[in-house]
Design a binder for this molecule. Structure first.
Ligand SMILES: Cc1cc2nc3c(=O)[nH]c(=O)nc-3n(C[C@H](O)[C@H](O)[C@H](O)COP(=O)(O)OP(=O)(O)OC[C@H]3O[C@@H](n4cnc5c(N)ncnc54)[C@H](O)[C@@H]3O)c2cc1C
Length: 398
């Protein structure tokens, strides 16, 4: 399907150009190509850009970030032209690890992969340390050199091209190419120039994604998002919320009053043969947010035990001790099937389900495509959590 044709057939004019200026008083924007476009309502969604920490050497040839298609093309060109062998990834979030795992699997290439991460475990925004450790070992086993709890302080070059990174410890790690993946920042230049109100993490919007200017709405990576559970601002930027917000904006303009509920940061990643997914708060984050978490970790199987091809998977659920409500989940699996169970966890959080609600959850079961009902991990996790919160007086004979 040609998306341009789809828009054209719907009477939507596409202009491929860079917006350089927006005059909010005149309700008109100007493009780099010199076009002036008037508007009644404006939807801003310029996304975000990779954050490069201000360390010496960050601008050397061979230090790359990945955001756009042209970034990907530049990376490809650098790989093809300079044949780097020692690849250093700064940051162990899902973008670093996904790209590193894919490069490690390129046929006829033998890249040396170093991962340097400030926190003690990979995927620190998704996983608690004990689950992060499983991924650490998995990546070790696939030939990565994992340097956790280390900070890059300098990038060193030779003839303007990267040759090593220096760590806070003073240690030097040889590098033919450095991938910087340490976060993103919203593109706020146009919004600031228009005088829109800013939040802590982006353009401030209300529950209907309206900005401080009644004729301007905004969505995606550029806005300040709210967490569904705490309703506090969060710096989470993901595709799922951006898509839903885009649809909601259209509905808003069509006259619907559907508020955006806030987000849970649901995300998933595949690293070699492991699938990882998370939603809501992990135990560490829950504690940092002031919750007293009750957690349960359950080992299960992607199929019934007697079916060939059954793969193991692990689910950790996090509950709030005070309200008994489910507030987060993490999955590590050797099969892709259980990953989408994180969406069930997401829906249960949104439905404000508690431990006692979940002990009666009845999932669809089939030997070839689900855990055995007796090993269905959400219900078992709820059973385990129940043991941790039951009052002593409820125990028979006490
Ligand atoms: C490598 C990578 C992998 C990712 N993987 C996942 C994933 O697996 N799951 C997930 O949920 N999220 C993922 N994300 C995040 C996800 O891509 C973003 O959250 C999502 O694209 C945000 O949508 P958006 O519309 O706000 O911004 P974008 O998709 O970035 O779109 C913004 C667009 O605005 C354009 N633009 C900016 N300024 C101007 C201007 N002045 N004039 C005209 N156009 C302009 C940009 O060129 C861009 O095309 C990934 C991101 C990266 C970089």
């Amino acid at each position: 399907m040609n998306p341009d044709k789809m828009f054209a057939d719907s009477g939507i004019e596409m202009v491929v150009d860079r917006v350089e200026d927006i005059d909010a008083a005149q309700k008109q924007l100007k493009t780099a190509g010199g076009k002036a476009i008037p508007y009644d309502k404006l939807i801003l969604s310029p996304g975000s850009k990779p954050f490069v920490p201000p360390i010496p050497g960050g601008d050397l040839d061979g230090v790359v970030t990945l955001r756009s298609l042209s970034d990907a093309e530049n990376i490809r060109t650098y790989l093809d032209t300079h044949n780097p062998v020692k690849l250093v990834f700064v940051g162990a979030g899902f973008i670093s690890l996904e790209v590193a795992a894919l490069l490690k699997q390129v046929p006829d290439k033998q890249y040396g992969i170093e991962i340097i991460e400030l926190m003690d475990c990979p995927l620190p925004l998704m996983l608690d340390p004990e689950l992060g450790k499983i991924i650490h070992e998995h990546l070790d086993g696939n030939g990565f050199n994992m340097r956790m709890g280390q900070k890059v302080s300098k990038i060193i070059g030779q003839d303007d091209r990267v040759s090593a990174v220096e760590l806070d410890s003073g240690e030097r790690v040889d590098a033919d190419m450095v991938f910087m993946n340490v976060g993103t920042r919203p593109n706020l230049e146009l919004a600031k120039h228009m005088g829109l109100e800013m939040g802590q993490y982006g353009i401030k919007v209300n529950e209907f994604l309206e900005t401080s200017n009644p004729d301007v709405l905004a969505a995606g990576d550029c806005i300040e998002n709210y967490h569904f559970i705490t309703q506090k601002p969060v710096p989470i930027q993901l595709r799922g919320p951006a898509v839903i917000q885009g649809r909601l904006l259209a509905k808003r303009l069509a006259g619907y009053d559907i508020p955006f509920p806030g987000l849970l940061g649901s995300s998933a990643v595949k690293l070699f043969n492991k699938y990882i997914a998370a939603t809501g708060f992990n135990e560490t984050q829950a504690r940092n947010e002031g919750f007293d978490p009750v957690c349960a970790t359950v080992q299960s199987g992607s199929k019934h035990a007697m079916i060939p091809g059954m793969q193991p998977w692990t689910l950790k659920l996090v509950f709030d001790r005070d309200s008994h409500r489910l507030i987060g989940g993490q999955i590590i699996s050797d099969s892709e099937a259980p990953v989408k169970e994180i969406d069930a966890v997401n829906a249960l959080i949104v439905g404000r389900q508690t431990i006692s609600d979940l002990v009666t959850l009845m999932c669809a079961g089939n030997p070839d495509c689900s855990s055995e009902p007796s090993k269905e991990p959400i219900t078992i996790a709820a059973e385990q959590a129940l043991q941790q919160v039951r009052p002593a007086s409820s125990v028979r004979g006490v």
